[in-house]
Design a protein around this ligand. Structure first.
Ligand SMILES: [Zn+2]
Length: 497
């Protein structure tokens, strides 16, 4: 047999489209031709494959070799096809039984010695291989990750020679059994570690309970970052589908294998982050912070310091839950359903309103600082809260919802009500949903109308307020939105509209 076909998978965004490696040997002067327009890295792979085969004591065919990686229009960079190419050469030259490679997919980069090195993005490939009922050959270092696709038959290998012995029946490799190590997720930081700040903790609870975006405004050193980092722990546990999505993103973005699973992400990019770092990009598009925060929390500290153009890009994923990166050659869609927590100082120096009188900012400077945030972005933030500095000696007795476990229990109950009632969290209620599930008594409707007139609230702001009131009622496990819920929701409106 002088033709062999080996299955593998490329990586495009968080997808793993199938790639067929065809290897054909013909008579003629020894040479190797790669077709299928592979990028530079694949060209390098032919040198690695040659060395790996020779250094493993195997025979490198001294014939005219044609390698075709199909389909041609996929980006095929990285060493992930080394192993497939090597197996193709060995099968085409009769060093492996040809039938051995049926229903098998393989991934892995070769070292010159023939050792097999880990690659990025194994999990998306594992999920795709499972869907085809194929066996997946992976580098041993990626085996745990591949096993997250439960039910998939995983063959873990360290060296090319192990595979040759396996396929020739000399030393069959037993399918890899997960050690379950990845399932030990790290505990989230606990809410009880944040001293005082009762109102801010309450806002955090409400944000978690209704999936509302949240903006903290307050001077430096008031624990805004500490508070925000507690949000992932308050959210309901990831279901299996969500957990796999999160892990697949980490798998394509990280150089190192996964370490914990399942875990809601918490991402905190610096305000100097570029647009590409925040939303994703690059010539071969990589996920940005908003995608790394998928199903978790994106914390933007010092929000007005971010590039305004970058902030504007956030509007699309805040609405749709994904981002499309367009490049000359292709468009890549990354998931980006994150909960936004933002923080800002009250003025450029941060000390406006402090009794110390340290703030020297002019009214104009303060206005310019606040104007950096656009209305449309602020419109997507349901909860606005001013965080004040507290005396450190103040340490009120703990009450329910003051630690992560009890707060998460309240959130779970409230989310459960929302799912049963409307199939989504309150923050995602559309206008018909709002009308249907946020009705008020006529007395409360009048009260709200008066309040909106007095405070000159826009219709949009009134809708935001209703969604928050809905969440407050859900936290109390009551069906009807009452006056107390409306009154509390009014406290979370932004100071300027
Ligand atoms: Zn100031």
């Amino acid at each position: 047999m002088s033709l062999a076909i080996v299955l593998s998978r490329a990586q495009v965004g968080v997808e793993a489209p199938a790639v067929t490696v065809e290897c054909h040997l013909a008579n003629g002067l020894p040479a190797l031709t790669l077709v299928g327009l592979p990028e530079g890295a694949v060209r390098e792979s032919k040198d690695r494959v040659r060395s790996a085969i020779l250094n493993s004591g195997l025979e490198y065919p001294a014939r005219r070799i044609t390698l075709n990686l199909a389909p041609a229009d996929l980006p095929k960079d990285g060493g992930r096809f080394d192993l497939a190419i090597a197996l193709g050469l060995l099968a085409a030259s009769g060093q492996l039984p040809a039938h051995a490679l049926q229903d098998v997919e393989c991934l892995g980069e070769l070292a010159l010695s023939g050792a097999i090195r880990p690659i990025q993005g194994v999990l998306p490939a594992a999920l795709a291989a499972r869907a085809e009922s194929h066996t997946l050959i992976v580098p041993a270092a990626n085996a745990e990750e591949a096993c997250l696709a439960s039910g998939l038959r995983v063959i873990a290998v360290n060296h090319l020679l192990e595979l040759v012995a396996h396929f020739n029946g000399r030393t069959p490799i037993v399918p890899y059994e997960s050690s379950g190590l990845l399932h030990l997720s790290k505990p989230y930081p606990d809410l009880s570690e944040v001293q005082g700040q009762t109102a801010a903790k309450r806002a955090l609870l409400v944000a978690a309970a209704g999936a509302h975006n949240l903006l903290f405004s307050g001077p430096p050193g008031t624990g805004k970052t500490l508070l925000a980092s507690r949000l992932p722990g308050l959210l309901p546990p990831l279901d299996e589908h969500e957990a796999l999505e999160v892990a697949a993103i980490q798998s394509v973005a990280s150089q190192s294998p996964l370490t914990s699973w399942p875990q809601r992400p918490f991402r905190q990019p610096h305000h100097s982050a570029s647009g590409a770092a925040l939303v994703g990009g690059g010539s071969r598009p990589q996920p940005g912070e908003i995608t790394l925060a998928h199903h978790g929390v994106l914390f933007l500290d010092e929000l007005p310091e971010f590039d305004r153009k970058v902030l504007e890009v956030l509007r699309e994923p805040l609405e749709s839950g994904h981002i499309v990166i367009a490049r000359a050659r292709d468009r890549v869609r990354f998931p980006a359903r994150f909960q936004l927590v933002a923080a800002m100082n009250p003025c450029p120096c941060g000390y406006l309103g402090e009794p110390s009188g340290r703030c020297r900012c002019s009214t104009e400077q303060i206005q310019r600082y606040r104007n950096k945030l656009s209305g449309p972005l602020l419109d997507r933030i349901d909860l606005h809260l001013t965080v004040a500095r507290e005396a450190t000696a103040l340490n009120p007795p703990p009450h329910i919802g003051d630690d992560t476990a009890s707060a998460a229990a309240l959130v779970a109950q409230a989310r459960d009500r929302q799912q049963r009632r409307q199939g989504c969290a309150n923050a995602f209620l559309d206008l018909p949903g709002l009308r249907k599930h946020c009705s008020l008594s006529s007395a409360d409707e009048n009260w709200l109308e008066t309040a909106c007139e007095r405070l000159t609230l826009s219709l949009r702001a009134a809708h935001r307020l209703l969604k928050v009131a809905r969440t407050l009622a859900d936290l109390e496990q009551v069906d009807a939105i009452g006056r107390s819920h409306l009154a509390e929701a009014l406290q979370y409106r932004p100071s300027s509209n």
